[in-house]
Write a protein that binds this ligand. Sequence first.
Ligand SMILES: C[S@@+](CC[C@H](N)C(=O)[O-])C[C@H]1O[C@@H](n2cnc3c(N)ncnc32)[C@H](O)[C@@H]1O
Length: 220
Amino acid sequence: MSAPASTHPTSGSQKAAMDRMYRLTRHIYDATRKPYLLGRDRMIAGLEVPPGGTVLEMGCGTGRNLIAAGRRHPGARLYGFDISGEMLKTARRNVEHSGLEICLAEGDACVFDAEANFGVAQFDRVYFSYTLSMIPDWATALAHGLALVKDGGRLSVVDFGFCEELGTPARTLLHGWLSLFHVTPRADLHAEMARLAKKSGRTLHFERPARGYAQLGTIC
Ligand SMILES: C[S@@+](CC[C@H](N)C(=O)[O-])C[C@H]1O[C@@H](n2cnc3c(N)ncnc32)[C@H](O)[C@@H]1O
């Protein structure tokens, strides 16, 4: 039986855009993204999943990160969802080849119903990897991600930074190129994570590795 549909005003158009973009490129996604989606493995290594803990990836793409998390943190119970049914075809195939047990579902990060899809309401670790920069209403998705974290759990984000240190010409070029792929680096990510951390009485660790090319934040 499939879970009840949860929708946001942008769910339909976003799903259509992502399916269009990834229908063909999902086949070369992992090989081509590896050099420039920086910080993903560092975030995964730092998850510190408690024994038998639950991990949720919001916008899991090909499943590459969940498979890496499963190998890095044996015993973790792994869950992921994505708005693109096309991406999920590749994720399902990769998960099957990995031999790991990873639960996958289709849904929008702004409204995803984890209880209905996975029978799990909250998780020890929740993360977004290069996904918020593609979600039109990213602040709603971020707040929803935090709502899916258990008390004492953590929300992590790794994504493109605003490249403050690269200088204006390089930054303009990079951002123009990223916009062709529906990617908008979130200049306000730090401020929004700080606001959510304060509101929920938690702590934020935030850094900008690679001279601001990436941003990496964790609310604990
Ligand atoms: C750049 S890819 C990153 C995939 C993966 N997280 C990684 O690090 O390799 C962005 C992913 O976010 C998904 N996505 C975009 N908008 C979404 C939304 N509103 N809800 C869930 N997933 C979304 C896309 O379909 C795509 O798989």
